[in-house]
Every structure is written in structure tokens, then in C-alpha cells.
Design a protein around this ligand. Structure first.
Ligand code: STR
Length: 417
């Protein structure tokens, strides 16, 4: 078996294995194949075998199961040296010590301040700033129209907005936003050679470590400074832990929200009857946001958890040491959860709020409320300013970036009307 990224050929993957396409040529077809492969399906990630869970109910249960952990040292293929840092997806798992990679009591210690800073109530305080960024970027959209009137909604609007918001929150200066956008684009792209990915991750570590040292010397009112300062009577986070949380926040905070905003715009433009309902006030923007989160999840697959014991799921057993991916896109299309028409975008669907796109259990997305606030400001502002907004190319011509874990478009060319 051809397996270029690993030190040795992995064990037989069996006939039912779904090979995840690094070029993301047919996301809907792949999602359907995963669903057909079973509640628990075997997948191949660039030559590395893993399990994935494709159903809402079972994922919910597994995400609460303490026998599944984030610690990469619990992964048999890693311990045995079959998977190494040469594997292009390693940065999704071996991302440094942070709330993303630790479980149990230590996880609570790492995460509490971040989740407290991101409650709906606390977020009300930054709403005016998000509104201001949004208005500035709408002006930028207007100004960026080419001679043919075409402008890329991704590059000019959907991408910079979440970067500004998470930058403000974490205290990352605006002069660094373009660099970070470039680095994360290369990090996620499967076209980036692995040695380049590893060196850009090392550069980012230097950047974030410098930032944390600067905030340690001169704390401000951002979340990075708050993470550095000890709780009254409590243990402060180590520098490595602050850096880990900071990079997780910046990576997650900007990448996933791009998808949410763009996918919502795309869904509305391709379902004009539903857009009309929203603009007429017959349905809320919150319904658009929740149905988009369910139907076109920003995260396709979340890597990875490892079994510390054998875990039985229906007829299958995840053996101790094996890896489990959560396939959020397939879970959003689960017909048991959302009905036989789960593949249809319908903002009036009764189950639209009952999706699991932000995960479940201890690691549930701490930024969920923030992303809802961002999309809840950006979407109405965009359609109010440009009521004639439309795609500049046929919808079928929109392509996905070669990113295996995120649902990310290359570009989204629009006419502002
Ligand atoms: C990217 C690389 C890095 O330096 C740190 C992290 C940790 C958080 C991860 C992030 C990663 C990739 C995208 C993730 C994010 C948490 C939420 C986000 C997985 C590995 C999602 O897509 C849900």
C-alpha cells in the first residue's frame, strides 16, 4: 500500500474504509459515503487509519466518554512510530499543551478563564466593536469592486472580520493579521509541503511566545493577559499553556467563523425563497445561522481522540490505542436526528437548533457564542447594505480549498448589486 507519510505501512484497513480526499473534490459525495459506511466508519487519512463517528446520538455519547482522550501519547500508531511529524495532519493533534489537547481536571484548569470570557453576557461588551469592524469591511467591499464589479467576499470581508475580532480579544496587533492569515492558510492546505508546515508552526510558536512574554511584562485588558495572571489563590498557567491556548483561540476563532459567514451567504443566495423570508422578517437570522451550522458545518472532521480502553459502539469496537475522528458534517446530515430531508437547507426546520456542530461535553466549543454574535452582526449588515448581493459565478464553480478538516472555499466572488 502506498503510504508516503508514515514510517511503515499501517495495518489492513478493510473493505469498508472511506478514503478522505485531501483535495476535497466531492464533499457531499464523501459525506454520503461516510454515512453509508455506518455509525462508526473506518477512514483513511493520508494513509493513516482511524475510526470516525457519523451519527448524532452516538457522537454525543462518545464525546462524554472519559475513555476517549486527546493526549497523543495514547495513540498506538504514534507510540509505535508509525505516525510521525512527517504526517501532514499531525499539527491538528500535536498542537502543544492547551485546553484543546488536555482532559479531566487539568482541562478545566486550562479552560475556565477562556470560557468565562466568552459568555453571551461578557460578549455584549464587545458588540459595538464588532459592529464597527463590520461597517469598515463593508466599506472595503464597496471599494474593492473591480471594473467588472466583482469582489471576493471571502478575502475582503469574511476572512478579515473574525481575525480582527479574535485579534482584539487576544491582543494581537493588526499589523500581524495578514501574516497570520497567510500562515494559517498554508497550515491548513494539503498542498503545503510538510517541511514548510513544520517550519511555519515553529515560527508561529516564536511569535506567540514573544507575544505572551510581552503581555507578561505589560499586561493589558485582553484575554491573553488574563490567562497569564493567576486566579486569586490559584495556580497560574505556565507560559507553554498560555501560548497553547492563545494559538488555539486564534486558529479556531478565525478559521471556523470564515466558513460560517460564507456558507450562510452561499446557502441564502442559492435558496432565494428563504432569503426573501429572512429579509421580510418572517424568519430570523438566528435560524439562518443555526441551519447553516447544521447543514454546511465549518469543521468537516475533528481530529482526534484516542481510546484508553476497548470501547464498543453498536457492532464495532474501538480498540485501546485507536484514534477516533468526529465527522461533524455527516453528523449534521444525520436523518435519525434531522429527518429524511436532512440534506436540504431549510431555515424553518424544527430541529435546526438541535445540531452538534460545536461539539458536546467538556471540550464543547468555548467560542460558540462569539461566532454566533459575529455572524449575527455580519449577515444582516451585509444584506442590508447590499440587498442586491449575488454570486458572480454559477454556484457549481465555487471550489473548496484542499483542506481535510475544515470546510473552506477558495474564494467567493460576488456582485454587490
Ligand atoms: C490549529 C493549529 C494550532 O496551532 C492549534 C490548534 C488548536 C485548536 C484547533 C486548531 C489547531 C485547528 C482548528 C480547530 C481548533 C479548535 C477548533 C477548530 C480544530 C489544531 C475547529 O475546526 C473546530
Amino acid at each position: 500500500m502506498n503510504c508516503p507519510h508514515t514510517a511503515a505501512a499501517p495495518a489492513d484497513r478493510g473493505a469498508g474504509t472511506v478514503v478522505i480526499d485531501p483535495m476535497v473534490q466531492d464533499l457531499d459525495g464523501e459525506t454520503a459515503r461516510l454515512r453509508d459506511a455506518g455509525v462508526l466508519a473506518r477512514i483513511d487519512l493520508l494513509g493513516v487509519p482511524a475510526w470516525t463517528v457519523t451519527r448524532h446520538a452516538e457522537a454525543r455519547q462518545l464525546l462524554l466518554d472519559p475513555r476517549l482522550v486527546k493526549d497523543i501519547d495514547a495513540w498506538g500508531l504514534w507510540r509505535s512510530g508509525v505516525v510521525t511529524r512527517a504526517w501532514p495532519l499531525i499539527g491538528m493533534i500535536d498542537a502543544g499543551r492547551s485546553m484543546f489537547t488536555v482532559d479531566g481536571a487539568e482541562h478545566r484548569r486550562l479552560r475556565t478563564k477562556t470560557s468565562q470570557a466568552l459568555t453571551p453576557r461578557r460578549l455584549e461588551a464587545i458588540r459595538p466593536e464588532i459592529e464597527k469592524f463590520t461597517q469598515e469591511l463593508l466599506d472595503a467591499l464597496d471599494a474593492a469592486q473591480g471594473d467588472d464589479g466583482v469582489v471576493d467576499l471571502k478575502a475582503v470581508f469574511a476572512q478579515p472580520l473574525p481575525m480582527r475580532v479574535v485579534g482584539m480579544l487576544m491582543g494581537v496587533d493588526e499589523s500581524q493579521h495578514a501574516m497570520l492569515t497567510r500562515q494559517y492558510k498554508a497550515f491548513f492546505s494539503m498542498l503545503t509541503p510538510q517541511d514548510e508546515r513544520l517550519s511555519l508552526l515553529a515560527e508561529l510558536d516564536v511569535f506567540y511566545t514573544d507575544l505572551v512574554r510581552e503581555k507578561t511584562a505589560r499586561p493589558t485588558d485582553d484575554l491573553t493577559s488574563a490567562l497569564i495572571l493567576a486566579e486569586e489563590g490559584g495556580e497560574p498557567l505556565t507560559e507553554e499553556e498560555v501560548v497553547g491556548n492563545l494559538k488555539a483561540m486564534v486558529a479556531a476563532g478565525h478559521e471556523t467563523t470564515i466558513g460560517l459567514v460564507l456558507n450562510a451567504v452561499r446557502a441564502l443566495l442559492s435558496h432565494p425563497d428563504q432569503l426573501r423570508k429572512v429579509l421580510a422578517g418572517e424568519a430570523g437570522w438566528d435560524a439562518v445561522i443555526e441551519e447553516t451550522l447544521r447543514w454546511d458545518t465549518p469543521t468537516t472532521h475533528l481530529l482526534m481522540r484516542f481510546a484508553t480502553e476497548d470501547i464498543t459502539v453498536g457492532d464495532e469496537v474501538i480498540r485501546k490505542g485507536e484514534g477516533l475522528v468526529v465527522s461533524y458534517r455527516a453528523i449534521g446530515r444525520d436523518i435519525e436526528q434531522h429527518g429524511a430531508d436532512a440534506d436540504a437547507f431549510d431555515i424553518t426546520r424544527p430541529t435546526r437548533n438541535r445540531h452538534m456542530t460545536f461539539g458536546h461535553g467538556p471540550h464543547i466549543c468555548p467560542g460558540a457564542a462569539l461566532s454566533r454574535v459575529e455572524a449575527g452582526i455580519a449577515l444582516p449588515a451585509l444584506f442590508t447594505r447590499f440587498p442586491g448581493l449575488r454570486l458572480a459565478v454559477p454556484d457549481e464553480e465555487i471550489t473548496k480549498l484542499p483542506v481535510m478538516t475544515q470546510n473552506d472555499m477558495t474564494a467567493f466572488p460576488v456582485l454587490l448589486g
